[in-house]
Design a protein around this ligand. Structure first.
Ligand SMILES: [Fe+2]
Ligand SMILES: [Fe+2]
Length: 271
């Protein structure tokens, strides 16, 4: 006799939809419990996916991992589940998961590649990866958290390719005091909006580094690294040896040096 149901899937990652589905099964009194079985294959590691399932089901005493099952096989109905919101979450819509999973995703900086590829055109994604590599090198030299440099670097141009009208709406409602700035600058604000409200990132250093990466008006070391690495990205194709040498010696001096060249791109060249 069937006593429990087992949702089987990659849970890459678990989403609110999975929990809602489990709740529906529990409403049916035929099932005493809903188990979750995580498939071996996925984009995130098996360990990460299991940890996230554990976090998501923790508030529900009738939801458990299959490895904790005490039923016989013939008492469990296995239901393969389709990808629903998983792809959306992998592309940065972390708000489609519960808070604890959200926190885990940001803390373990999962799915960065998928996020960049979903939000950036190919050329932009190449720049993002190239400057992130440089940002990580500078972070190591200056004893700044390398993982945060990676996260801020990969996310800094998230909204660079956003439609101007969509960006304008965000600026109008959330950053009205900056809407008169050039639309080329807006993407540092719209990216902050996405980080806070869609990815629900809470790390102030990473948020500041992204929010100030165009104007370079934040004095934190991580912010300076992202500002410098963005502007002297080796992928931009000009000689960066002198600027890089200054940045390796001092982030403060490096930022001042980069800033002194900034008027050029504010007047219409690439940011
Ligand atoms: Fe940018
Ligand atoms: Fe950039």
């Amino acid at each position: 006799m069937i006593k429990a149901v087992c949702l089987k899937g990659s849970f890459d990652p678990i989403t609110n939809q999975h929990i809602e589905l489990a709740k529906k099964f529990l409403k049916n009194k035929k099932f005493q419990i809903v188990f979750f079985r995580v498939d071996e294959k996925g984009i995130a590691s098996y360990k990460d996916r299991v940890e996230m399932v554990k976090l998501a089901i923790k508030p529900y005493r009738k939801m458990k991992l299959l490895c904790d099952c005490k039923f016989n096989k013939d008492e469990i109905q296995i239901i393969p589940i389709e990808e629903n919101d998983e792809k959306l979450v992998r592309e940065g819509h972390f708000n489609k998961t519960c808070n604890s999973v959200n926190f885990y995703l940001n803390n373990h900086i999962l799915y960065l590649d998928q996020i960049v590829d979903a939000w950036c055109i190919e050329k932009r994604a190449a720049h993002v990866r190239s400057m992130t590599k440089l940002a990580k090198e500078l972070a190591v030299i200056h004893h700044v958290d390398e993982k945060k440099a990676e996260q801020a670097g990969m996310l800094h141009d998230l909204c660079k390719n956003m439609e101007e009208e969509a960006a304008k709406q965000i600026m109008k409602f959330f950053y009205p005091q900056y809407i008169s700035l050039s639309p080329k600058i807006w993407h540092q604000f719209t990216a902050e909006y996405v980080l806070k409200h869609i990815m629900r990132l809470r790390d102030k250093k990473v948020i500041n580094a992204v929010r100030h990466h165009v104007l370079g008006d934040h004095k934190g070391n991580l912010s300076r690294i992202i500002f410098i690495a963005d502007k002297i990205d080796p992928g931009r194709g000009y000689n960066i040896d002198d600027q890089l040498a200054i940045a390796k010696r001092s982030l403060k001096e490096g930022a001042i040096d980069v800033k002194s060249n900034q008027q050029k791109f504010l007047k219409g060249e690439k940011v």
